[in-house]
Design a protein around this ligand. Sequence first.
Ligand code: F6P
Length: 567
Amino acid sequence: MTTYYSIEIVAATSEYYFTLDLKSVILVALINYFLTDMSLTQLNTYTSLLQHYAEIKPLRMQSWFENDPMRYDTFSFQLGELLLDYSKNRITEETIKLLCQLAKDAHLEKKINDLFVGHPVNTTEKRAALHTKLRDRKNFPLEVKTCFERIKLFTEKLHHQQWFDNSNENEITDIINVGIGGSHLGPMMTTEALSHLSHPKFRCHFISNIDETHLNAVLKIINPKKSLFIISSKSFSTIETITNAKKIKTWLKDFVPNLEKHFVAVTAVPEKAIAFGIPEDQIFKMWDWVGGRYSIWSSVGLSLALMIGMDNFFAFLDGAHAMDVHFRESPFEKNMPVILALLGIWYINFFNASNHLILPYAEALNTFPLYLQQLDMESNGKSISMEGTNTNYATGPLIFGVQGVNGQHSFYQLLHQGPHLVPADFILLGTQDEMLIASALSQTQALMRGKSKQEAFQEMINKNFTSDEAEFLSSHQTVPGNKPSNTLFLNRLTPYNLGALIALYEHKIYAQGAIWNINSFDQWGVELGKQILNDILKEIQQDETNSNQDASTYGLLMHYKKMRSLV
Ligand code: F6P
């Protein structure tokens, strides 16, 4: 049961208890009782925010910048090598005050503590979500410590070319991670992001898609004798991963005498990996209390550890841990994940924005938006409260994004002149060249400032257009502006800073889920698709097609069977 507001009411009224008569005390108690089951939108602060929104809506960020030279200082702060500038948002100090109050009323502080101490925050699966335990190196539980020691030994063996007992055999040069979702996106994104630290002897490949084109493209370029496949699946039953793993096994049989030496597994269900044929001492454990999309810190990060080495991998964990400490200990007003979470809520719940853009201005972070798509949308794409009722407010946004410069020449047009409000995070690196930084900053400024009709008209006149032409063209060239963005500036893309950046988003997402009172750690919607897949697959594999299927599915199944018979 939610306890929104109740504690605050008691605290605010407790000093009066002594002066109230019994009737009044009972009345206050009753009010408190009813307030305990309040939904987010019933909170007084929410109502205050609605009023505040009406005041803020017509105001322009540009005039705030013109009138307040300290705006950047007020709305930016740094944590280690990570700077957040959130001054280009449609906020005043009052907005942040109210939003922080909303977080307090929603008991965010308690919920943050619940996460770290291992409360079963994933209530539908009765599990804790303890990914933070995996990066607290000074306090590793024994099982985690043992697991990382094994990963370290394994990594060293491969680096020193001691994997095969018989030294005449080939050495591993190609590491192929086979997994999907959290068992794919994390390893792929981080390995790419830190590729400048890659061990020169290894190439890393990623196979996730069940479309054989993906698998074949990798098999074509590797030497089977020098390849090591990491079958990464928490459940070891995800159909895409297991299908690919079986195909690889069949392919490999023809090339190598010691098949099992070419496979290792990462899983929470070792029995299944053993049944697949992977020796027990080549299985790296993960745990129930680590969600798939939060698992890059566990042995799911094996390919990353192999590519960048264990010292760098530990630095990656340390960066995330620093963000954990910051999230747990900082006041909301200076808490980076909380501020990002609240800004998101401001736009989603008050401005009705349904999207959020991620725009890294770095080729190395090319797949970061993809990674965040799973992290955010699988976590907060929900409309059921913790108590099982429908939420009557919007929750997780649609996340999309690409490497920023490419986006500029593709969809930014809609950001500038389209009808939708799309808040964006620009991610910059201090090591990038001038052109790239200038590109990002000019975009955030253009989004904020826009171009008035008058400015556009004057430009046309200066270019010697007639006033009729200038009038016509200037209406097309008017850019409304007042579009919000955050800028996250990393000094450098180190393992430590990457760890901190990912943990920043993890905690932003958790803080939002906590305020929205949803379970950020289950994914029942995804499960439905998996259930239906089994039925449809059966239909495809048999001659008869069940007419109980809906007409569309039936028609498409028949169409596919016809196509298949023609091949
Ligand atoms: O389909 C959703 C999902 O369960 C994700 O949450 C998860 O990361 C992915 O599938 C892969 O699961 P597994 O690691 O068990 O193969």
